[in-house]
Design a binder for this molecule. Structure first.
Ligand code: HEC
Length: 145
């Protein structure tokens, strides 16, 4: 059939231009998302930023997190998040601007080379409770009790 052969012959010419169009769209989309991206907290991977806190806004989770913070974090970061020695304050604008998932990621990963342990041994739920506690605190230092 001559009609069938014509369609078959035009096929290979159509396919490269479709690929060109698709790859152009993908490249433009890639540039747009790269431009829209905020710098990540502590170079957290992009996948961390989209991780949602299952306890966001929960007062009971924040209270549980407060206890866990006192047990695990206060000896370095201070009872009032004010920071002690090499451990920085955690009531800072940069911590407050960090996404929940980025804080969770940093707490889980740690940075042993500069003295921040990894908390991957704490159950996931407890790490999220600590994140909830940190997020429940005002970003500016409050008067010490
Ligand atoms: C042994 C001391 C120590 C303990 C315990 C500790 N940290 Fe840290 N933490 C550090 C040090 C030191 C740094 C700074 C590391 C760096 O900048 O690379 C840090 C950094 C951080 C940061 C990043 C702050 C910023 O502005 O970049 C967060 C968030 C944090 N710690 C949370 C926690 C939490 C939550 C706990 C408890 C589960 C905890 N840390 C326990 C020593 C400690």
């Amino acid at each position: 059939m001559s009609l069938g052969r014509n369609i078959l012959r035009s096929g290979p010419r159509l396919i490269p231009s479709a690929w060109l169009l698709i790859s152009t769209i993908l490249i433009l989309f890639g540039i747009a998302t790269a431009v829209a991206q905020q710098p990540a907290f502590r170079n957290a991977p992009a996948s961390a930023a989209t991780d949602k806190n299952p306890y966001a806004g929960s007062a009971s989770a924040a209270a549980a997190g407060k206890k866990l913070y006192a047990q695990n974090c206060a000896q370095c970061h201070g009872n009032n998040l004010q920071g002690l020695g090499p451990a920085p304050a955690l009531d800072t604008p940069s911590v407050r601007k960090a996404k929940s998932g980025e804080l969770f990621w940093f707490i889980t990963t740690g940075k042993l080379s500069s003295g921040m342990p990894s908390w991957s041994s704490l159950p996931k739920a407890q790490r999220w409770q600590i994140v909830t506690f940190l997020e429940s605190r005002p970003a500016v230092k409050t008067a010490t009790k």
